[in-house]
Write a protein that binds this ligand. Structure first.
Ligand SMILES: *Cc1c(COP(=O)(O)O)cnc(C)c1O
Length: 391
């Protein structure tokens, strides 16, 4: 007897769980598997954040429900972060909402906007969770092809008239998972103009906005004049402050959409635990030195990995953001056959590109979220493999 709904039963299979099973099977045989498929920091939450949490958790007044839209201290911290970092003014009362991680918010904004059958333009390649959220909201995914030859910028010209007629929303993600692609201000101003022309709600997932390298600084969609009329930007503390398990993020921008989302949230989750929001506020108000230290760690790992990929004739560009390397599979392989080979012959897990959409085929994603010595070990194992061309 199954009680699960049609929407749940028809969700595309989660590719990561297939790999997880193979990993467990190999480990049971005694193989030391190195998992470079991980999408979460291996580094610790900075101690000043933990200190704030432990201090606040002892206070009885913090054990109550949070206000539905989040506590003012956290929303104020988001507003002041935007002001300081992006020069953007936001009203914490009406233009910011606390989220239980940005994944929750992305699912809820889709539920807030999409009527059954409405189209949502999603980056291809892109984060698979978007597609599941659209499906669960009875929407229709319309792939928005990204151009690898142009820094994975959207190719709006590839969208058909029919796609544009159906579409109600467009989602972008820079620095992007899985490609590591970054945006310029012009990427967002073009996206906004396009959204205005086609009456699209424009949503930017900025989960990696602070995970950047060198002198690159990721712009915000909300810096573009008029962006608040058309859309929202989602932020997360998961990646920049190593807080994945804490579940804390935010959304900022259009006040009608924020209102619509808080209607849903007040009926489903009643916001996040107050001490977690307080700890999140402390993180956002910090001088971001821990974020810079993290980024240096990822950059060192990159410098360890990239020369080996080059030696192996695997094409990969150095990303300006995210903790992923997006690489081309060697000639003669598909994403799947190559990932399979790495797992069976080297005990190394990578994520095959087709897990991120049709345009991910021919690529694989390497995560930098493993301790440096493990990454080194993985790289040594890859070196000892030979890439026979399959017939
Ligand atoms: C990790 C990730 C998220 C989810 O972040 P949470 O705030 O932990 O829910 C959202 N978008 C992308 C692209 C991610 O990689």
């Amino acid at each position: 007897m199954t009680f699960a709904s049609d929407q749940v039963n028809s969700l595309p299979p989660y590719l990561f769980s297939v790999f997880y099973k193979k990993k467990k099977a190999l480990e049971a045989q005694g193989v030391d598997v190195i998992d470079l498929g991980i999408g979460a920091p291996d580094l610790e939450t900075p101690s000043f954040i933990i200190d704030r949490m432990t201090e606040e958790v002892r206070k009885p007044e913090n054990h109550k429900y949070s206000p539905y839209s989040g506590i003012m201290e956290f929303k104020q911290a988001v507003a002041s972060f935007y002001k300081r970092y992006h020069g953007v003014s936001l009203n914490p009362e009406t233009e910011i909402l606390t989220l239980i991680g940005s994944k929750e918010g992305l699912a809820n904004v889709i539920r807030s906007v999409v009527n059954p059958g409405d189209g949502v333009l999603l980056p291809d390649p892109g984060y698979p969770v978007y597609q599941s959220a659209v499906h669960l909201a009875y929407g229709k995914t319309i792939p928005l092809p990204l151009n690898p030859a142009d820094g994975y910028a959207p190719m709006y010209e590839k969208l058909s008239r029919d796609d544009l007629r159906k579409a109600k929303m467009m989602l972008l993600n820079y620095p992007g998972n899985p490609t590591g692609a970054t945006a310029e201000y012009s990427t967002f101003s073009k996206a906004l103009t396009f959204s205005e022309e086609h009456s699209l709600c424009l949503v930017h997932d900025a989960a990696y906005s602070l995970v950047t390298f060198g002198s690159y600084k990721a712009p915000s969609l909300l810096q573009v004049p008029g962006a608040k009329e058309q859309g929202l930007e989602f932020g997360s503390l998961s990646k920049s402050f190593n807080m994945t398990g804490w579940r804390i993020g935010y959304v900022a921008g259009n006040k009608d959409l924020i209102q619509a989302m808080s209607v849903i949230k007040s009926n489903t989750d009643t916001s996040q635990f107050i001490p977690i929001q307080q700890a999140g506020a402390t993180a956002l108000n910090s001088d971001l030195s821990t974020v810079r230290a993290n980024n240096r760690t990822y950059e060192q790992r990159l410098e360890n990995l990239l020369p080996v990929l080059k030696e192996l004739n695997i094409e990969a560009e150095k990303p300006r953001g995210t903790f992923f390397v997006w690489a081309k599979v060697p000639k003669g392989y598909t994403s799947e056959s190559f990932a399979e080979k790495l797992l069976t012959d080297a005990g190394v897990i990578v994520t095959p590109g087709h897990a991120f959409g049709v345009r991910g085929e021919g690529y694989f994603r390497i995560s930098l979220c493993v301790p440096t010595d493990r990454l080194y070990e993985a790289v040594q194992r890859m070196k000892s493999l030979s890439w026979e061309v399959e017939g």
